[in-house]
Design a protein around this ligand. Structure first.
Ligand code: FMN
Length: 436
């Protein structure tokens, strides 16, 4: 083995049409609705021994950009979108070792409902369920659930802290050994091992006990993606893995070190909090071929400026249609949405146009463009410099062709270098995450 092993996850940007109008899209524009495309994707990822597939979610149709839903619906960008928990169940039935991460917002369900859903998913997956904890960011989502607006940014994390305490109390409401299944005495459950929790918080109350038994992991895995300072503190306290956008090596290293320091301050072993960085490799037959493909991808994104701007608008609730695309963003711009991302964009001092096509994340230090062999080598070098725990691979426009390039091209190179697993050592997601 050469380098240190690292983890691989895959980010699905919503249970929605993946690449409906592209070359190589095949039938994905119609078969996404049944889950077929994403089940195929998950089975491919399992062949590549990925740790997990992560299913994004949000519960609103945005209308921030240009004060209208038009651009979002035109591109199928945030809608139509199905509920990821159903897809998680389908994927669980068609895979055996891959972790399955479902996104649920703490402002959109009760702790009881979440606690029960995650235990059900942990059972049907045999201990592979994870919850991506999100706190909500857009007022339209809040309005779909009976509120006028989102609570202020840091308060949402306070609410989520309490939400998780209630969920964990419910998960612990069944002691180990509560299920006795004793056919002779006719007793299925030992009632002395099932307890009310009587959780009374400032925002959430639940009596308990949970009406279902904990799954193989007892507490399903938690993922989170907060990058603001409050977000990092929250993430380090609760998460098994923190997911973040990439950027330059110093940025990635500083973020990981900060999260590990927060974890230690919260009394946790920092090695139990994996930090994984979002990346979209561009692979080719030769270096020149890959560079040409990257150039074409960039040109395509530049030609779809409203797509990029509207996407940034929906997560920050700032109408970027009203800003000059050739100027950097004002230094005093703030948001009640995704703060870490907006700060990075403002501090970069790059013109809005570049931010919209994703150039702010595509630092030349860490761009993954090349043949499977050279990209694998670069991934190893980045992890060695960052001291990182892995990558969350993704594609803005996923096709079966792209997935094959990753799983059958890049992953075997990573395995050959000894930096990516060739066999799953454990049955549960948490055990696989903690393996290295
Ligand atoms: C890779 C990644 C995936 C995310 N997935 C979701 C998601 O599914 N739903 C959601 O509402 N927010 C999602 N977010 C947003 C985060 O939950 C969080 O709100 C955001 O990073 C801003 O956090 P901050 O304000 O603490 O910086 C994601 C962020 C990243 C980087």
């Amino acid at each position: 083995m050469t380098g240190k092993q690292f983890h691989l996850g895959w980010f699905v940007d919503g249970f929605r049409a993946p690449a409906w109008n592209r070359n190589w899209a095949g039938t994905s524009s119609t078969d996404w609705m049944s889950g077929r495309f994403y089940v195929d994707l998950a089975r491919d990822l399992e062949r590549g021994k990925f740790d997990f597939i992560m299913l994004e979610d949000s519960n609103y149709v945005p209308d921030v950009y240009g004060d209208s839903m038009d651009v979002y619906l035109k591109y199928g960008q945030r809608a139509p979108k199905h509920d990821p928990a159903v897809l998680a169940a389908l994927i669980s039935q068609q895979t055996a070792r891959l972790g399955v991460v479902t996104t649920v917002a703490t402002t959109e369900v009760s702790p009881f409902r979440l606690a029960r859903l995650m235990q059900t998913l942990d059972h049907v997956s045999g201990g592979r369920a994870a919850w991506n904890v999100v706190t909500g960011s857009n007022d339209r989502a809040a309005q779909n659930f009976g509120f006028d607006a989102q609570p202020p940014h840091d308060e949402r994390y306070d609410l989520a802290d309490e939400f998780i305490s209630a969920v964990r109390a419910l998960w612990d409401s069944w002691e180990e050994g509560a299920l006795i299944m004793d056919a002779e005495t006719g007793r299925y459950v030992d009632a002395s091992k099932v307890h009310a929790v009587e959780f009374r918080g400032a925002h959430f109350s639940t009596r308990g006990p949970l009406n279902t038994i904990p799954g193989p992991q007892r507490h399903p895995v938690l993922l989170q993606a907060g990058v603001s300072s409050r977000g990092q503190e929250f993430s380090a306290r609760h998460s098994d893995a923190v997911i973040a956008t990439g950027g330059s090596i110093p940025r990635m290293r500083a973020l990981r070190e900060s999260i590990r320091a927060h974890a230690a301050a919260a009394g946790r072993n920092p090695d139990d909090v994996k930090v994984m960085f979002l990346a979209e490799p561009v692979l080719g037959e030769t270096e020149a071929d890959a560079a040409e493909r990257a150039k074409r991808g960039q040109a395509e994104r530049e030609s779809l400026l409203d797509f990029g701007l509207s996407s940034l608008a929906s997560v920050t609730s700032i109408d970027f249609a009203a800003y000059d695309p050739d100027e950097p963003l004002p230094l005093d711009l703030t948001t009640n949405g995704h703060q870490g991302q907006l700060n990075d964009m403002v501090q970069s001092r790059r013109p809005l146009r570049e931010l919209a096509v994703g150039a702010w994340a595509g630092d030349p230090d860490t761009a993954l463009v090349g043949t499977p062999a050279t990209v694998a080598e670069k991934m190893e070098a980045i992890m060695a410099e960052v001291g990182g725990d892995g990558f969350l691979l993704t594609s803005l426009t996923p096709t079966r062709r792209y997935v094959t390039e990753i799983v059958d091209g890049l992953v075997p190179e990573l395995q050959r270098r000894g930096v990516s697993r060739s066999v799953y050592a454990h049955e549960t997601l948490r055990a696989n995450l903690r393996d290295f």
